[in-house]
Design a protein around this ligand. Structure first.
Ligand SMILES: [Zn+2]
Length: 123
């Protein structure tokens, strides 16, 4: 099994609805998004998946989250923009883009600080 991982980031504000503490107030993060794919085989030039293509696909998903208040942008106008929910949204949208690829997505991580991160790994 081969795994490849790319990292991208976006800068955004958010606040957590229903949370009682500092995070109920609007504040910002540089959200680091880490995506891991796996593939059983390599292509004819020895790649599990093209890093350049993967970075572009992740950018297409997270681009709409850059320099906005996440709470204003679907689906986070209804779903709380926690790191956990950001991780699952990126996972599910990327999985659609990879429908015809030989590599499959296995994990997304969202770091909101160097110390705090959440991962989404489906059952
Ligand atoms: Zn936060």
């Amino acid at each position: 099994m081969y795994q490849i991982t790319v990292e991208q980031h976006f800068d955004a504000a958010h606040f957590l609805r229903g949370y009682h503490g500092k995070c109920e107030a609007t504040h910002g993060h540089r959200f680091l998004v880490i995506v891991t794919l796996q593939a059983k085989t390599l292509d004819e030039i020895g790649m599990a998946y093209d890093f350049t293509v993967l970075k572009r696909q992740v950018s297409e998903i997270i681009g709409r989250f850059d320099h906005v208040c996440l709470n204003d942008v679907p689906p986070f106008d209804k779903v709380n923009p926690s790191s956990e929910n950001i991780a699952s949204v990126v996972f599910n949208e990327l999985q659609i883009k990879l429908a015809d690829a030989s590599a499959t997505i296995t994990r997304t991580e969202v770091w909101e600080t160097p110390q705090n991160r959440a991962a989404y790994i489906p059952d």
